[in-house]
Design a protein around this ligand. Structure first.
Ligand SMILES: *Cc1c(COP(=O)(O)O)cnc(C)c1O
Length: 474
């Protein structure tokens, strides 16, 4: 390290003929020096290559198999996105570069904001939030800023009990009291029950449409009217936008604020917690509160405007998660309006095809039709639970569906096939799931309870893994 620093310091001086701030004779203080051997494995390049290649083969990925993870929209991520994202002009750009030198990047951001407005029916977007949950938080801060500006004291947010856990969490994080609303068995809202909790101190209601049972909220226009008459705003959780594009727009349904999970609907590789992007969109009366910087066009040039007096401030460093923003932009431009509409049509068709194959045999809490995803409630023989079925699916080479969510469905198993899977893939999965539930659970229950056996690690003690994780390699 000392040698490196000294080299750098003389290189720097020679190269720029300037007086670098570095000391010429760099020495690391004794107390910072390691006293014992680090104990790194001593491996040849060849062994190292094999080690990492073999590890990567243990990865489960969309590029190897079907990923029916409900609510996560694990669709095919076009490889053209990756090729363009590798361009040096994008990935070598620096956020401190002057705006004149990144006009192309700003044009893409500005263009994506306009496209998202078109798809969603909102009037303005900020691309800054780094995930859906982060967009929710930003949206709720905007709602708080709005009520502060019009001097109304409202400290409650209504969240249906079918909602994603991030909804009540974001509400609490933004300083609100969460009021749970019991939903109907198909996840929809009963207007009479809503009216009981819709008091004058309710700032907003957070809704997911279609809801987490994959059912479109038929009363949404009436719900929106009732809320607005009470001065309450509507927040749209955009995670299920893959069901609606080109058919309905949250802005037209009466929503005032929303987020879009770019990594879900607009195809970026994601999973295991990132990377994501959760742009927050608003109707025009809330635009002044959007996070800064805003990308604006002035005299044919794009600029970053930090000076907005009513803004909630910045929710992330710089301009957002640009690599995900870029992929979403490419995806939208490649498909166009008709293409996006086709995405939603095919996603809904695929889900209904699967649901139709299951509904006579496996309990389906929300009836016989769905939007882009659906929830099963498998009641298998011999005490086999949904968790066991999900684990057994791993043995057959599938990623497991989302289980035990939404919380309002007993033994829930949530499946979202997405538009990018073929009929053959869906048929094979249907066959295997039926086999586990109706043959193996009946005839070989122990095999299902012991699953998985074909994976690199067998069934984990999940409680212990969460409470006492092993975080060191030795
Ligand atoms: C994924 C999801 C979220 C949270 O989005 P992140 O990008 O994971 O933070 C919120 N609501 C629903 C319904 C979701 O599926």
């Amino acid at each position: 390290m000392e040698k490196l620093l000294n080299e750098l310091s003389s290189e720097c001086k020679a190269a720029y003929e300037i007086n670098c701030d570095m000391e010429t004779d760099v020495s690391i203080p004794d107390h910072l020096k390691r006293k014992s051997d680090l104990g790194l494995p001593n491996a040849a390049e060849n062994d190292l290559l094999r080690h990492f290649t073999n590890l990567s083969r243990k990865n489960y990925a969309l590029s190897t198999a079907f990923y029916p993870l409900g609510s996560c929209t694990m669709k095919y991520n076009p490889l053209i996105n990756e090729r363009i994202a590798k361009f040096e002009s994008f990935n070598m750009a620096h956020p401190y570069q002057p705006a004149e030198t990144m006009q192309g990047i700003l044009e893409i951001m500005h263009g994506l904001e306009r496209d998202l407005c078109e798809v969603s029916g909102m009037d303005a977007f900020s691309l800054q939030p780094a995930a859906g949950a982060h967009g929710e938080f930003a949206g709720l801060l905007i709602i708080a800023a709005h009520f502060k500006a019009i001097k109304e004291k409202r400290h409650k947010i209504i969240v249906p009990d079918s909602a994603h856990g991030t909804n009540p969490a974001s509400a609490a994080f933004a300083g609100y009291e969460t009021i749970p609303l019991k939903s109907e068995p198909d996840g929809s809202i009963d207007i009479e029950k809503l009216k009981e909790v819709l008091t004058k101190d309710v700032a907003a209601i957070m809704l997911t449409v279609p809801n987490t049972l994959g059912v479109f909220e038929k009363e949404i226009v009436e719900i929106s009217k009732v809320c607005h008459e009470n001065g309450t705003l509507l927040y749209y959780d955009g995670a299920n936008l893959n069901a609606l594009m080109g058919f309905a727009r949250p802005g037209d349904l009466g929503f005032d604020v929303m987020h879009i999970n770019l990594h879900k609907t607009f195809s970026s590789p994601h999973g295991g917690g990132g990377p994501g992007s959760g742009p927050v969109g608003v109707k025009s009366f809330l635009e002044q509160f959007l996070p800064v910087p805003r990308v604006e066009k002035k005299d044919e040039k794009y600029v970053l405007n930090y000076k907005k007096s009513k803004t909630i401030g910045s929710v992330k460093a710089f301009m957002g998660n640009f690599p995900v923003i870029l992929r979403a932009y490419i995806y939208i431009k490649a498909l166009g309006g008709d293409g996006l509409k086709n995405v939603s049509a095919q996603a809904v068709l695929n889900a209904n095809y699967m649901l139709a194959k299951f509904k006579d045999k496996i309990a389906v809490p929300a009836g016989g039709r769905c939007m882009h995803e659906f929830v099963l409630s498998p009641k298998a023989a011999n005490g086999i639970r949904t968790l066991d079925i999900a684990k057994r699916l791993l043995d057959y080479g599938y990623y497991a569906p989302t289980v035990y969510f939404p919380l309002i469905v007993e033994e829930a198993m949530m499946i979202e096939p997405t538009e990018t899977e073929s009929k053959e893939t869906l048929d094979k999965f249907i066959e295997i799931l039926n086999k586990i539930i109706f043959e193996e659970a009946v005839n070989e229950p122990q095999k299902v309870k012991d699953a998985p056996v074909n994976t690199p690690v067998a069934r984990l003690n999940e409680v212990e893994a969460a409470r006492k994780p092993t975080l060191k390699w030795k």
